[in-house]
Design a protein around this ligand. Structure first.
Ligand SMILES: Cc1ncc(C[n+]2csc(CCOP(=O)(O)OP(=O)(O)O)c2C)c(N)n1
Ligand SMILES: [Mg+2]
Length: 770
């Protein structure tokens, strides 16, 4: 292994100082220098940044290869910006506007920051776990010949020690172990402080065991070189040091040399006289601050020694707020240096007044060439990449045949046809599911395309000639990634696969399936996937109380409301197989379109009679969120508005009522989400002077101003009740507003008022109320 030249270490230490300065100054500037328009605290985390500038200097200016990708601890965002400022890829203007509108974001953001951010972070834990799934996707792409071996990289997560409490990390660890995940470095900034206080003692030994038992290498960087030598020479002192609790050690770091001296005198008495004599207070403070995560030699050595592909956890001991006046104080998480402290610290860092933004301020002439050379060397691959859109040809998809169909079964059949037909879409699709592959109708696709595993796994049941409808063998050309039951992992996998174009240059069309109610289990990870603009198709099925005998724990109620409030995700809820086919076709196009988004399909196991179509006029409306399944009379006084699986009840009620109400319309809603979006967007346009009527306004204006609307959906009634607000028409909302229960459909629909008589009663009531 190549040992870095000694000058490199010196240059890295200088870069470490520059990062500590620039990150703290960026935060200080935003809080104390920049004009405030609203008097709000701007905030930022100087202590969390100072904690890991050494680690990040060692990584970005030494250890990272051109293809490596990093998820940075969210509150160390300013350090990442400072790195790019030194590299020339971040502007002073963006730093001056840190946490301001259009400025550098508080937490690294793929979509909003101008610097290349590999993974957005913010919700702790998720940035850590996505690196494991990205590594898996890298393995997938190379195995499928969609990426050159030479372009492979390592995935690095920079983690706060309190972040290790997030359970989603362990779900990912377990899934990773099953898939033999590799090329991962997870680096813990072990400052033993969280947001509120110091963190629980001795946990790191447990972390150690957990990771090792999952096949990871664990490297503990507890001591820097100086401190290690001092403690090795003095076993009593070492024992004393190692017995300190997290809180005691942090307090001593904060209090400094004098307090350290007193404490050692008290605890070790005569045994420490010689040691204390040889160190003045400043030397004591400096010595005990020499923890592994601040020692450049130790960091470089550790990174250089971990060059194989074994997943590695580095536990790097650090001091939160290292080098700052509030180093080690338990309350320093959101602590900010005041202007007086900043002035003093500026002097200590050798930065001249007025030169605060100078990238290499305070770097002496002798050191400069070495530092500049390191920066130049590190610049190469840290540039923003093309996002890799426009790679998938989506053909027109065929509508599955059958007079009676369920959308869930139709989904499986459409995928099967795609698999059989072949082509780029079929080859770019990767499916994934948390142990509900078969029960969400992905089975036929998997039979065609196989499970993905780097190492082949045979189907023992098939080999033993035991009859089964489902093939279950795996190979590195398989296209289904089977996950354990952890919905967080599903969404993180979809995020990683949905960023394949961005991260690796090869766009995939990821499809994830799960039961609709369990979206809630992975909601933050779903939001995280959308926030990064990962592109995928989420198929949630079965849904609603239409699931019948499965009962209330499996019957989803609120996901359409979740979707209504989720940016980056388009909700469709088809009633018929032809609608579903059109939606899937569009969903694949949206995955591969720079202006696209992800799609969520809410499907059902209920088999319903398909409608006869006279033409294709419905299609455009269905893709925009609604169309008249039964046209209303002009100025009609009433309409039934229905979504999804309860369409047969809506159609039957329409048939029953149309003699008494000749103008009665039946609107099939396929996406409350799109209708709402276009409605509010059209309003915003009107305020800026452009007149435009949204799709739902056009549809509802075919009715009378005072028309009554009866909305019905197998979901929270609020999913559709807002339609009354579009033109101010009266609305009677039907839907599920209590937990479901077991039962057959007639019983459940009657109890929850989703049946024909509920509709006719609601229509009668709303008309009588006139
Ligand atoms: C899911 C989630 N919960 C809570 C927070 C708020 N939060 C941000 S940082 C933090 C503590 C982090 O401590 P640690 O991980 O040790 O990082 P340090 O700043 O000490 O390096 C908390 C609770 C968050 N960002 N995300
Ligand atoms: Mg911490």
């Amino acid at each position: 292994m190549l040992k870095p030249a000694a000058t490199d270490i010196e240059s890295l230490k200088i870069l470490d100082d520059r990062l500590r300065w620039l990150s703290a100054w960026t935060i200080h500037h935003a809080n104390h220098v920049r004009e405030s328009a609203d008097g709000l605290k701007v905030g930022g985390h100087q202590a969390s940044c100072a904690s890991m500038t050494s680690i990040m200097a060692a990584l970005y200016f030494h250890a990272l290869g051109p293809n490596d990708r990093v998820a940075v601890k969210p509150h160390a965002g300013p350090v990442l910006h400072a790195i790019h400022y030194l590299l020339g890829s971040q502007s002073r203007e963006a730093l001056e506007n840190f946490r301001g509108f259009g400025g550098a974001q508080s937490y690294p953001s793929r979509t909003k920051d101008r610097i290349p951010v590999d993974f957005s972070t913010g919700s702790v834990g998720l940035g850590v776990a996505i690196t494991a799934f990205s590594s898996l996707i890298q393995d997938y792409l190379t195995a499928h010949g969609m990426m050159d071996e030479a372009d492979r990289g390592r995935f690095v997560a920079l983690i706060g020690d309190a972040e290790l409490d997030e359970g989603n990390i362990y779900e990912a660890l377990i899934e990773g172990a099953k898939h033999d995940v590799r090329n991962l470095w997870w680096i813990v900034d072990y400052n033993r402080q969280s947001l509120d206080a110091t963190s629980a003692d001795r946990m790191f030994e447990r972390f150690d065991e957990i990771f090792r038992s999952c096949g990871w290498r664990v490297v503990e960087l507890r001591y820097g070189k100086k401190l290690k030598a001092a403690l090795d020479a003095n076993p009593k002192l070492k024992a004393w040091f190692e017995a300190l609790s997290n809180a005691e050690l942090s307090a001593l770091h904060y209090q400094g040399g004098e307090a350290l001296r007193k404490r050692i005198e008290t605890d070790l008495g005569k045994g420490a006289v010689a040691f204390l004599k040889a160190h003045d207070d400043a030397a004591l403070a400096s010595l005990f601050s020499d923890l592994g995560g601040h020692c450049m030699e130790s960091l470089v050595e550790a990174f250089d020694a971990a060059q194989d592909d074994v997943p590695t956890l580095f536990i790097a001991w650090t001091i939160k707020g290292f080098g700052l006046p509030f180093a080690g104080h338990k309350d320093n998480h959101a602590g900010l240096m005041n202007p007086t402290q900043m002035t003093a610290w500026r002097g200590a860092m050798g930065v001249a007044e007025g030169q605060e933004w100078e990238p290499l301020e305070s770097v002496g002439d002798n050191a400069r060439p070495g530092v500049e050379a390191l920066i130049d060397k590190s610049r190469i691959a840290r540039e923003k990449r093309n996002r890799g859109f426009g790679q998938i040809e989506t053909p027109a998809l065929t509508v599955p045949s059958g007079e009676e169909q369920a959308t869930q079964a139709a989904f499986g059949r459409i995928l099967l046809e795609i698999a059989k037909a072949g082509g780029t879409l079929a080859d770019r699709i990767v499916t994934t599911s948390p142990d509900v592959t078969v029960s969400t109708n992905l089975g036929a696709w998997v039979n065609q395309r196989g499970l993905f595993r780097r190492e082949a796994v045979e189907d023992v049941f098939a080999k033993q000639k035991i009859a089964s409808a489902q093939k279950w063998s795996a190979a590195n050309k398989g296209q289904h990634i089977e996950l354990g039951i952890a919905e967080n992992n599903l969404f993180l996998m979809l995020a990683a696969a949905g960023l394949a174009g961005d991260l690796f240059g090869s766009r995939l069309a990821p499809i994830g399936t799960l039961y609709d109610p369990f979206i809630a289990r992975g909601l933050d990870a779903l939001n995280y996937a959308c926030y990064q603009d990962g592109r995928f198709l989420l198929v949630a099925t079965p849904s609603g109380i239409t699931l019948g005998p499965e009962g209330g724990a499996h019957q989803s109620i609120n996901p359409p409301l979740i979707a209504l409030g989720q940016p980056g995700l388009r909700h469709y809820e088809p009633a018929f197989a032809d609608e579903l086919t059109a939606m899937m076709e569009l969903a694949f196009r949206l995955i591969d379109d720079p202006d696209g988004e992800s799609t969520y399909l809410r499907l059902s196991t209920r088999s319903i009679r398909q409608v006869e179509r006279e033409n294709d006029d419905w299609r455009e409306g269905a893709l925009q969120g609604a169309y008249w399944l039964r046209e209303p009379g002009n100025g009609s006084e009433a309409a039934i508005i229905a979504m999804g699986a309860v369409m047969p009840e809506a159609l039957a009620a329409w048939e029953e009522l149309r003699e008494d109400l000749p103008g009665l319309g039946l609107l099939s809603v396929t996406s409350p989400d799109l209708l709402h979006r276009h409605w509010t967007a059209a309003q915003a346009k009107r305020w800026s002077g452009r007149r435009e009527q949204s799709h739902i306004e056009q549809l509802l204006s075919q009715l009378g101003r005072n028309a009554g609307l009866v909305t019905i959906t197998d979901a929270a009634p609020a999913s559709l009740s807002w339609l009354g607000g579009v033109l101010g028409q009266r609305v009677a909302p039907l839907g599920v507003d209590r937990f479901g229960q077991t039962g057959n459909l007639p019983d459940l629909y009657a109890a929850y008022r989703l049946d024909g008589s509920a509709i006719t009663e609601a229509v009668a009531e709303i008309l009588l109320a006139e």
